[in-house]
Design a protein around this ligand. Structure first.
Ligand code: NAD
Ligand code: TYD
Length: 354
């Protein structure tokens, strides 16, 4: 893998993946990061690696729905492998405005697959990054395995399910070497503060209400983002082609307990004036429509076949995450004010970095 195309590398997981690959892994090639730079894409997430690895990191602003732009990336950079993160990723947004989810997650993935399939001179590896949400919801018992039937609940998860099926079809029909991963909820540095954990950390720091949907008894399985990145890289290198691997943290938590833990950590690290407990900020709000009750991943296949294990427990990972957000208040300020969007407009024009 000399030239690896990473899509959506300016987002939360993509940026962590590129940072890991260039700084800490055994990858020795070059990364071409193609990202549309939606509200969720922030090139500032990669400033340090861009400066540290000028020969090994290239950024191209490209929308996966623009076939010409993506085909130019293939032609100019002699791509050997693809790690496909780019997506619209937030369930709440997909409920309000599903349009972009269908376009990017389904049509965008299809465009990328078509380019990979028509590559004449070499066979590209295509790794598709997906979610456990494609399986729908669990009741109180059981786990998602790679054989659990798909039953997505939200426009987000339905669009990811569609893309998973198309990726598998390209393997079966055209023999494209693909691998897929379906991962549980991630948390860690650089996550956009619309998702539960960063939203709660930042609201709690500002003394704002902490909106918990419904009764807060929904369960998610949490995985520290770097552990996800290591799993994806392991699958790309050693995973059997055509196979799907579930990735999870074996770390089920009720939402309310996650929020309480964040409150207590912040009270310990950065107490409020007067010592008021941040748990008082918790506010139960109207539930999300179609809210999946419980996700839990059985990742035995990944553990047994490829020897992957998460390094972080929720206790260590959430502490690192809270500390990261406290230490990166300038990043937070720019992201929350939308200042990073005007920074993007100033620095990038027609895909050329100025
Ligand atoms: P994110 O929203 O933080 O980042 C998405 C990135 O994709 C952004 O940089 C955005 O600019 C880019 N993008 C969006 N539309 C694009 C388009 N049309 N063309 C090119 N780039 C585009 O998302 P994330 O949380 O980093 O998720 C990355 C991937 O991992 C997604 O495929 C998601 O489904 C999957 N995933 C996420 C989680 C999670 O907990 N966040 C869990 C499992 C799987
Ligand atoms: P989220 O981070 O949006 O991830 P996903 O919906 O993909 O699992 O939400 C995680 C859980 O937290 C989910 O059960 C919804 C809940 N939630 C809240 O209770 N309040 C919030 O403000 C948000 C954003 C999420």
């Amino acid at each position: 893998m000399k030239n690896l195309l990473v899509t959506g590398g300016c987002g939360f997981i993509g940026a962590n993946f590129i940072r890991y690959l260039l700084s800490e892994s055994d990858f020795t090639g070059r990364i071409i990061n193609a990202d549309k730079l939606t509200y969720a894409g922030n090139p500032e997430n990669l400033t340090e690696v861009a400066e540290k690895f000028p020969e090994r990191y290239v950024f191209v602003q490209a929308d996966l729905c623009d076939t010409k732009a993506v085909s130019d990336v293939f032609e100019r950079h002699d791509i050997d492998a693809i790690c496909h993160f780019a997506a619209e990723s937030h369930v709440d947004r997909s409920i309000v405005e599903p349009d972009a989810f269908i376009k990017t997650n389904i049509v965008g993935t299809f465009n990328l697959l078509e380019l990979a399939r028509h590559r004449k001179d070499k066979t590209l590896l295509f790794h598709h990054v997906s979610t456990d949400e494609v399986y729908g919801t669990l009741g109180a018992e059981g786990f998602f395995t790679e054989h659990t039937p798909y039953s997505p609940s939200s426009p987000y998860s339905a669009s990811k399910a569609a893309s998973d099926h198309i990726v598998r079809a390209y393997h079966r029909t055209y023999g494209l070497p693909v691998t897929l991963s379906n991962c549980s909820n991630n948390y860690g540095p650089y996550q956009f503060p619309e998702k539960l954990i960063p939203l709660m950390i930042l609201n709690a720091l500002e003394g704002k209400p902490l909106p918990v949907y419904g009764d807060g008894r929904n369960v998610r399985d949490w995985l520290y983002v770097k552990d996800h990145c290591i799993a994806v890289w392991t699958i790309m290198k050693q995973g059997r082609r055509g196979e799907t691997y579930n990735i999870g943290g074996r770390c089920e938590m009720h939402n309310i307990d996650v929020v309480r833990m964040i409150c207590d950590l912040l009270d310990e690290i950065k107490p409020q004036t007067g010592g008021k407990a941040r748990r008082d900020l918790i506010t139960f709000v109207k539930d999300r429509p179609g809210h999946d009750l419980r996700y839990a991943i059985d990742c035995t296949k990944l553990e047994k076949e490829l020897g992957w294990m998460p390094a972080e427990s929720f206790e260590t990972g959430i502490r690192k995450t809270v500390e990261w957000y406290i230490a990166h208040q300038e990043w937070v300020k720019r992201v929350k004010s939308g200042e990073y969007l005007s920074w993007i407009a100033r620095h990038y024009h027609s895909g050329v970095q100025k």
